[in-house]
Design a protein around this ligand. Structure first.
Ligand SMILES: [Zn+2]
Ligand SMILES: [Zn+2]
Length: 452
């Protein structure tokens, strides 16, 4: 007699017991990975046992663990199973959203900022998201909640988003604060007004920081509501009434690395923080020193120390031709601040993703580091602000001197031999303290001062 059925049944029961013996809230990131790998090694039947847990409405712990573990599994079996289940009619809504969330989180973890939901998958709707109880949020990091919002709902009309935010934020769950940051960056005034009022019901340092920023918002209603909300939060803190949900643990600065491309005026910066549970979160930003400030931003959560080191090694190989170094918090914050100030000064919108990650660093007090070069410099010849962009020719760089594309192509006549050459063809021999630049004629090799 074929005993496959019996063996499968036993295996699934063993996995159910394993799940029952583990509290979701005490499972560390590394433990979750290890446990997921252990279940995967036991084969598809073992993985199936995790899907069983999703259907058990009574077992909240098992539900939560199944989401956490399936998210860690980079396995086509999981992918196929999710798709097969989503096609099933009468699938309970809670299971459907869990499946979509697992798919979204897996996509995010493996591709680092690529679109979250695969084509052909039904969309995660706001209505379905609302089916979720508080413990759903426990399985996700705040940044993941923000990315879900960004990828799935940011394009919905503001009035729809406002309705959903009103319902979603009834719980004042701290993991929703990332969505508040995103929506404030998106800037719909009605939504920002709602948030300015709502944030008064959240506890912890993050809502206070967001509200303090809103105190200088251009809209008077926003400013007034932010004042009132701040008073509310502080009043609750003074009266020592226990917070509805414990605020998120504050992560501390862990490491920063920068890669410099002096010729293009670009910097890549990795800024990492470590949570009390040992998990590393980091953001990567691409900065343009000449004109555009922060050009691009993405980030990741749930990295172990080992994985983070592997990532750094991989990036060091990718940027082998650039100057790279580990830096301390102060120069890292100076780079970020200088770049963001340049975005504001030159009216280049900050990437929306920065709103997902900025809370990793924007509360850190710091003093400007003079070793970080100035952002937003002018052309060394015509003294006009440098402009850069994908369609613009790059400035011409020689040592500390940067010259706009127009000036570098400017035709000069040599005062000695009368020959003509473009400025970039003439070698700059020195720039003294008075800003004097000398050129060397490529025809007669005489030097002469530049005529600005
Ligand atoms: Zn110029
Ligand atoms: Zn000459």
């Amino acid at each position: 007699m074929d005993d496959t059925l019996v063996r499968n049944h036993r295996l699934r029961r063993r996995i159910h017991q394993m799940i029952a013996g583990q509290r979701a809230e005490s499972l560390s990131v590394d433990d979750a990975r290890e446990m997921a790998a252990r279940i995967q090694r036991k084969g598809p039947q073992a993985v199936q046992a995790l899907f069983d847990r999703l259907f058990d409405e009574e077992d909240r712990n098992g539900h939560r663990l199944a989401i956490m573990l399936l998210t860690e599994m980079d396995d086509p079996v999981v992918f196929e199973k999710i798709h097969a289940l989503l096609k099933r009619p009468h699938l309970p809504e809670k299971v459907r959203v869990a499946l979509l969330a697992i798919e979204a989180l897996r996509g995010d973890a493996s591709s680092g900022g690529a679109p979250l939901l695969t084509d052909g998958l039904p969309e995660l709707t706001l209505d379905s998201l609302l089916q979720f109880s508080e413990d759903f949020w426990e399985t996700m990091e705040m940044e993941e909640v923000s990315m879900l919002w960004r990828e799935n709902f940011a394009d919905e009309p503001p009035e729809d988003r406002l309705l959903m935010l009103e319902m979603l934020m009834k719980t004042a769950h701290p993991k929703l604060l990332g969505i508040a940051n995103l929506e404030i960056a998106m800037g719909n005034v009605k939504i920002v007004q709602f948030l300015a009022q709502k944030l008064g019901q959240f506890d912890g340092p993050l809502p206070i920081r967001i509200l303090q920023r809103l105190q200088s918002h251009p809209d008077l209603v926003v400013r007034t509501l932010a004042d009132l909300s701040l008073e509310q939060v502080r009043e609750r803190a003074r009266s020592a009434s226990p917070p509805k949900a414990p605020p998120l643990p504050e992560a501390r600065f862990y490491r920063a690395h920068m890669a410099t491309d002096a010729m293009s005026g670009h910097y890549s910066l990795i800024y990492a923080v470590k949570s009390p549970d040992g998990q590393i979160k980091f953001l990567v930003v691409l900065l343009d020193r000449w004109d555009r400030g922060v050009i691009d931003c993405w980030g990741c959560v749930r990295y172990s120390t080992e994985e983070f080191n592997q990532l750094l090694a991989a990036m060091a190989r990718d940027f082998a031709d650039l100057q790279q170094r580990r830096i301390t918090k102060r120069p890292a914050l100076t780079l970020l601040t200088n770049a963001m100030e340049l975005n504001v000064r030159r009216r280049h919108a900050l990437p929306l993703e920065l709103a997902v990650w900025c809370h990793l660093f924007d509360h850190e007090p710091f003093k400007n580091d003079p070793s970080i070069p100035e952002f937003g410099v002018d052309c060394g010849v015509c003294r006009k602000p440098l402009r850069t962009g994908p369609r613009l020719a790059p400035p011409w760089v020689l040592g500390d001197l940067v010259v706009c594309h127009r000036c570098s192509k400017r035709s000069l006549r040599c005062p000695m031999c009368g020959g003509s050459a473009t400025l970039s063809e003439c070698l700059v021999t020195r720039e003294d303290s008075r800003g004097q630049i000398d050129l060397r004629c490529p025809h007669c090799f005489e030097t002469f001062p530049i005529n600005r």
